[in-house]
Design a protein. Structure first.
Ligand SMILES: [Zn+2]
Length: 293
């Protein structure tokens, strides 16, 4: 994804030097593997934990600020720059789309962190993957997740500026769009009235809608800048496939159990991402009429 020379968002809090440095070295990689298995057992996904964040609050260790005076590596700097550029593009597209609908887009803040972080939804950790918290309208991203996607999940990513990474950020902003449109709160309210399997079915639709909005963003980004290559699209679709609940459950050595799905199958995630990209029509929704009433 070519974003060279593009502006970087200023709605960014860089807390990487404030967080616990729990991810360095071999121990860190081991911790990530453990965390993946843990989140799979909870029926969650590594992509994000937006449902559980809001319902249960985050569990995690106490945040301990460290001096962390080391210089960031070139790779880390590039990942941060790329993330800020992606967020800027998301701001431009969504501000314009909201304006075209006579609405004002409220910019979310991207929080970059290392290890663990405090959000209005509670404590978050790198092992949980990126997440969005509607309580403070911030998306939380530990940049090491990009390496996890490549190494642990085996997602084939062509470059450090891949659309597959942008898709992760765009998905989290997709939850912010859901929040601004009232869908997120309505869905969580409805979920609290249902049994677990029925609530999970709604959670899947919320996740697929975030995928769909990510696709819609890519539609307008491509229309204006032509920044996406065929390889970028293939990378993101591969990523969408490998973070499908059925794929992750099978990868963890278990039979896929649809009642426990919270993010959708590989086929569903690919379908909605592609559909958003092809149409850009963000008035389409994954929910049935009246389903959230
Ligand atoms: Zn999500």
């Amino acid at each position: 994804m070519k974003l060279t020379g593009r502006r970087q968002s200023t709605h960014v809090e860089d807390r990487r030097r404030m967080s616990t440095g729990a991810k360095a070295g071999i121990g860190g990689i081991g911790a990530i593997i453990v965390a993946v298995i843990f989140t799979l057992m909870q029926g969650g996904s590594l992509t994000d934990v937006v449902g559980t964040v809001v319902q249960q609050g985050l569990q995690g260790q106490i945040e301990q600020p460290t001096s962390a005076n080391r210089e960031f590596t070139q790779e880390e700097q590039e990942a941060a720059t790329f993330s800020k550029q992606v967020l800027a593009s998301l701001e431009d597209v969504w501000a314009q789309q909201f304006q075209a609908h006579g609405q004002t887009y409220e910019y979310p803040t991207l929080v970059l962190f290392t290890g663990s972080v405090q959000s209005a939804c509670g404590q978050g950790t790198a092992q949980m993957g990126p997440f969005y918290c509607s309580g403070d309208q911030k998306l939380y991203l530990d940049l090491s997740f990009f390496a996890t996607m490549k190494q642990q999940l085996g997602i084939d990513i062509s470059s450090s500026a891949s659309f597959a990474y942008a898709y992760v950020i765009a998905h989290e902003v997709g939850h912010h769009i859901e929040f601004l449109r009232g869908t997120l709160d309505r869905c969580h309210r409805k979920m609290s009235q249902l049994d677990q399997a029925a609530a999970n079915r709604l959670s899947v639709k919320l996740e697929l809608l975030a995928d769909y909005y990510a696709g819609c963003w890519a539609h307008y980004e491509q229309q204006k800048y032509g920044s996406l290559s065929d390889r970028d699209l293939a990378d993101a679709i591969d990523a969408a496939q490998k973070i499908g609940d059925d794929y992750l459950q099978r990868a963890a050595g278990r039979a896929a159990n649809p009642d426990s799905f919270t993010h959708g199958t590989s086929a569903q995630r690919m379908y909605w991402l592609k559909k958003g990209y092809e149409t850009g029509d963000w008035n389409t929704t994954t929910f049935e009429p009246g389903e959230l009433d």
